[in-house]
Design a protein around this ligand. Structure first.
Ligand SMILES: Cc1ncc(COP(=O)(O)O)c(C=O)c1O
Length: 460
């Protein structure tokens, strides 16, 4: 395909997209027809523009990652300077580079309240999860508890697409194509208030029951066989499941009781999205490991980070059995350009106080879309924490029968035409705009959704 913009017309670009690109989470067939995806060509602040010139507020924030917005000159400059100085250097063995060192120092400072002492860098969220699972196994071998190999996670959880992450994933859709998955991975109920098998309507009671399920599963497996429990502080891709405030403190208690490592998957929640700098901090909990990507550098250059606390570090440094060497890593671990972009990004997150803004704007956003439950027949539930929000669509409010994914896509298509990008996934609409969004820009998204529901839904 030519780079000549006069030849590369929007139609030409769409045709080549349909012919040559694999979209990971989209069937290839509809690419041939009118459902061809929107092809983006520009971004500025919270706005994105497609090749046809349509400008929209990005209510998805890239893919929950463009937290500081598009086109930030501070990050561009940091990237350019690093490219000029040293575009690549390995940290695989006995070499290192300054941005990676500086970023590990910065992260351990930011995560001092959680006692995180070391960073393991990779290229994205799935890498960060894979690395956490591996580090957990290495840790238990290093401290002499070789039977502790199993992982427990939540139904509905999303932990990326590597085999380890897919194995602890709690959504069938991300598992089936790749089975058989890693043995020794088990799932327990998530605290999903709108739908749970216990018929519980009290959030705190549900949190307690789900925490007890974790305890029962650990006991059933045998505590001395369980390496770690992994969960997202707020489940994202699984449908925006906000746990009750007692849930995380209770799972920390359960993990402590049986000496099971607690891994917080902060790939989405890290760096302000839930209204606090870190998701686990939102719930007042200190995990043993924390996984980051996305908001760590707002998607300017791919980067993942797995942080370990003092306890895990001490175990890994116990080198008696030669397991102190992790023997897992990536060519792009500690990529200097990605780390330089992260340092500039984190500077913005802190100086612009984005976690607090995310909390305030999230409350405003939720207050604007909450009335949809009473206005529209298909809106079964609206929920959120900070700038992570979800709308659950039902075909029947009484039975809570899920609405079709096609209906969710229709709503999102109309919203796009009205100037707002929202994400349709199964029977849910997910909203995760950049953390710099203003109330006026949130209004644009809400108004676009209002038009969409008014056009194709019935009054409640
Ligand atoms: C909670 C969570 N963990 C892990 C991942 C995987 O991240 P990546 O897509 O960067 O591999 C995602 C991606 O959305 C995620 O939401």
């Amino acid at each position: 395909m030519t780079k000549d913009k006069t030849v590369a017309t929007p139609e030409f670009i769409k045709e080549h997209n349909a012919k040559h690109l694999i979209h990971p989470m989209m069937h290839q067939a509809p690419l041939q027809d009118a459902m061809r995806p929107k092809i983006m060509s520009q971004g500025e602040g919270v706005y994105i523009t497609d090749v046809d010139g349509n400008r929209m507020v990005d209510g998805v924030g890239g893919l929950w990652n463009v937290n500081v917005g598009y086109g930030r000159p501070e990050i561009k400059q940091a990237i350019m300077e690093q490219l000029d100085q040293l575009h690549y250097s390995t940290i695989f063995a006995n070499m290192s580079n300054e941005p990676a060192i500086e970023l590990s120092h910065k992260l351990t400072q930011m995560l001092a309240p959680e006692n995180m002492t070391r960073a393991f860098f990779s290229s994205g969220g799935s890498d960060a999860i894979e690395s956490a699972l591996r580090l957990a196994r290495v840790y238990w071998k290093a401290v002499g508890q070789r039977d502790r190999t199993k992982f427990i996670s939540l139904l509905g959880g999303y932990h990326g697409t590597h085999f380890g992450g897919a194995s602890v994933n709690g959504n069938t859709a991300f598992r089936r194509n790749f089975e058989p998955l890693l043995p020794g991975c088990y799932h327990v109920q998530n605290p999903y208030l709108y739908r749970n098998p216990f018929g519980i309507t009290d959030h705190a009671e549900l949190g307690e029951v789900c925490a007890r399920q974790l305890e029962q599963q650990i006991l059933f497996q045998g505590p001395d066989t369980v390496a770690a429990f992994i969960a997202e502080p707020v489940q994202g891709a699984g449908g925006l499941i906000v746990p009750p405030p007692n849930f995380w403190p209770r799972i920390r208690e359960v993990c402590d009781k049986y000496d099971v490592l607690l891994i917080s998957d902060e790939v989405v929640t890290g760096f302000g999205r839930t209204g606090t700098m870190f998701g686990a901090r939102t719930w007042g909990v200190k995990p043993d490991m924390m996984c980051f990507a996305k908001g760590i550098n707002s998607g300017y250059v791919p980067l993942g980070a797995t942080m370990i606390n003092e306890k895990v570090e001490a175990g890994l440094l116990n080198n008696e059995d030669s397991f102190g060497m992790v023997m897992h890593g990536y060519t792009y671990s500690g990529h200097p350009v990605a780390c330089a972009a992260a340092l500039a990004n984190l500077d913005i997150v802190e100086t612009e106080n984005l976690p607090e803004k995310s909390g305030l704007r999230g409350d405003y956003f939720l207050s604007r879309i909450a009335p949809f439950v009473d206005r529209f027949a298909s809106v079964g539930d609206v929920r959120g924490k900070g700038l992570m929000l979800g709308i659950e669509l039902v075909a029947d409010k009484a039975t809570k029968a899920p609405h079709s994914p096609a209906f969710a896509r229709q709503i999102s298509d109309i919203a796009q035409k009205e100037g707002a990008m929202v994400r349709a996934t199964a029977n849910k609409l997910i909203l995760s705009p950049p953390l710099i969004i203003t109330e006026e820009e949130i209004d644009i998204i809400v108004d676009a959704l209002d038009v969409a529901f008014s056009e194709i839904d019935q009054p409640a």
